[in-house]
Design a protein around this ligand. Structure first.
Ligand code: PGA
Length: 245
């Protein structure tokens, strides 16, 4: 794992956005794996700036998002389809046909997940996967548990995730209880992984990811086995890591 320690959220966002931009410059029709949540918003803002200044184009870029709530329509303002449109897609020249998010509106979980894996595979896999990390160490919605699950699958969200995400819903009862998420196989198959985290609230999870045992109770710890991971964090998120100066 390569660890990049940034002084604040702005620097973290710039570094992560630049890594993604470099991928696009290297291969204008690359396949990017995208993440939602508060953490990557700054990286998307940086990418929009680079697009507006003419440094990059998304014209031929293909994107596959990590996850989606089960049961939310695409236009629901808390759906990840909506999030991606608002925070990236509508600001750049991406062809919406090339953007993909698991279909949370399909109640047939098995079909929705199998179809998603097939699409990622047919696209040739992910070149660069952007990830956030949950307070509980989840990546995508791969929640702490007794195993690492390979394929895209339907998960029951843990109470800690429901509580963490309830800040974005009017009432905690409105938070969906299930989601479709890329599994560990697709994430680990990405050629490069860039994982972002900021703030003290993520420090325990970041420590477990970097310094803990490889343990499905911290799903992000599997990334220790990936050959090309860049961990981009602010100082607060790295504050408990004794191995990071
Ligand atoms: P956050 O979520 O960026 O909103 O903290 C990260 C995650 O849950 O993966």
């Amino acid at each position: 794992m390569r660890i990049v320690s940034c002084k604040d959220y702005a620097e973290m966002s710039r570094v992560a956005g630049n890594l993604m931009a470099a991928e696009i410059i290297k291969n204008p029709s690359c396949v990017l794996g995208l993440a939602t949540g508060s953490t990557p918003i700054g990286a998307y803002e940086h990418l929009v700036e680079l697009y507006k200044s003419g440094d990059i184009s998304f014209k031929d870029v293909k994107t596959y998002n990590l996850d989606e709530y089960r049961g939310l329509a695409h236009d629901h303002d808390q759906s990840y389809h909506y999030f991606m449109n608002e925070n990236l897609f509508k600001h750049v020249d991406i062809d919406m046909k090339n953007t993909h998010v698991p279909d949370g509106s399909n109640p047939d979980a098995e079909a929705a997940c199998a179809e998603y894996d097939k699409m990622v595979e047919e696209a040739g896999g992910v070149a660069l996967q952007l990830l956030g990390i949950g307070n509980n160490g989840h990546i995508g919605f791969n929640e702490p548990g007794s195993v690492f699950v390979g394929p895209t699958h339907c998960v029951d969200l843990t109470e800690s995730t429901i509580v963490a995400n309830s800040r974005l819903f009017e009432r905690i009862e409105d938070v969906p209880r299930q989601a479709y998420t890329m599994g560990i196989k697709t994430i680990m198959s990405a050629k490069r992984v860039v994982i972002v985290a900021n703030g003290e609230a993520k420090a325990e999870a970041v420590k477990a990811m970097i310094e803990g045992p490889i343990d499905p109770m911290c799903q992000a710890s599997i990334l220790q086995l990936h050959p090309d991971v860049v961990v981009v964090c602010d100082e607060a998120a790295l504050s408990l890591c004794s191995s990071v100066k």
